[in-house]
Design a protein around this ligand. Sequence first.
Ligand SMILES: C[S@@+](CC[C@H](N)C(=O)[O-])C[C@H]1O[C@@H](n2cnc3c(N)ncnc32)[C@H](O)[C@@H]1O
Length: 311
Amino acid sequence: MSSAHQSLFREIYQVPGLYDQLLLPHYFDGVEDTELIGQLMERHYGRPGDAPGLSVAELGCGTGRVTASLAPYARHLRATDYSQSMVDTFKARYPKAEALQQETKFSVRRMLDEGLAGSFDVVGAFWSLSYPLMDYFEALGADGIVPRADLAQGRREAGGLVRDALRLLAPGGHLLALFFDSETPEQQLVTRAWEKVAPFPGTGRGYTREILLEELQDAEARGEGRLHFSRLGGIAVAPNPEAARAWFAIVHMKSLSVLMDDPHVHREISAFVDAHTQPSGEVFIPTGAYVIDFWAGPADRHLPRNRAEAA
Ligand SMILES: C[S@@+](CC[C@H](N)C(=O)[O-])C[C@H]1O[C@@H](n2cnc3c(N)ncnc32)[C@H](O)[C@@H]1O
């Protein structure tokens, strides 16, 4: 947030190297977010190499950080992200993967059109689904936010994206997602800032997560699988207050000029960072993650093993 910095809207996803440079590690009970997914993979599939290679799709893959927990299991890995710079970094890291610059909603539709319904053992989306879901309700650009006219239609279409993503799953496959908790003090600060630009649609900042969970619960009610999710508290660790301020400005507020120029926003961020600065100089930002896991398959999964074998 220094005045010398010439901000570019959404530079965090466009400028090569910036995302990995500014992203703060998030720890939950001693492990990073990547490992939360690694633990789920191990629970479902054993250690890499124990199971035959999986077919994996990742939406909003970024630089491939969380992919590191999926790739050792993958026979085929298809990853998409709307940012060309992210995809280029991803390709360099995973040269054998099929990495494509595509918006998530287009990417899901494209896979269905290619006849890939029912073919993925794992579909992952880590910290990346809120954007395409929010796109059904508003257009976000360098000049601000333009709400879409028909919010009910947006809700239907957002639900359609989740249902289409589920159609990609093979029998027994998993949709795995990480979603931020909008109720933490960190995210409430971010919400207050963005609400200066425009109100959030529906129930507010947590709306996209609620849509995802509602759609997954509906799928469970239709007998298409079972939903498990948990909310974990943790901390994001900034090495110093400057890094914490950049985290808010460039990662959370996407360098949007109307927010970068707002002294009240600067004051709120500074007060928050000061309040969470440790004697070591590090900043511990309380955070929360939803770990979401939808398993696709019939309801007899729930029967005790002896009943399932007799059936
Ligand atoms: C917070 S980053 C997460 C990246 C990666 N999954 C990780 O955990 O490090 C969000 C990612 O979503 C991508 N993204 C944002 N909106 C998108 C959209 N509509 N379609 C596809 N990707 C999108 C961004 O380019 C960025 O790489």
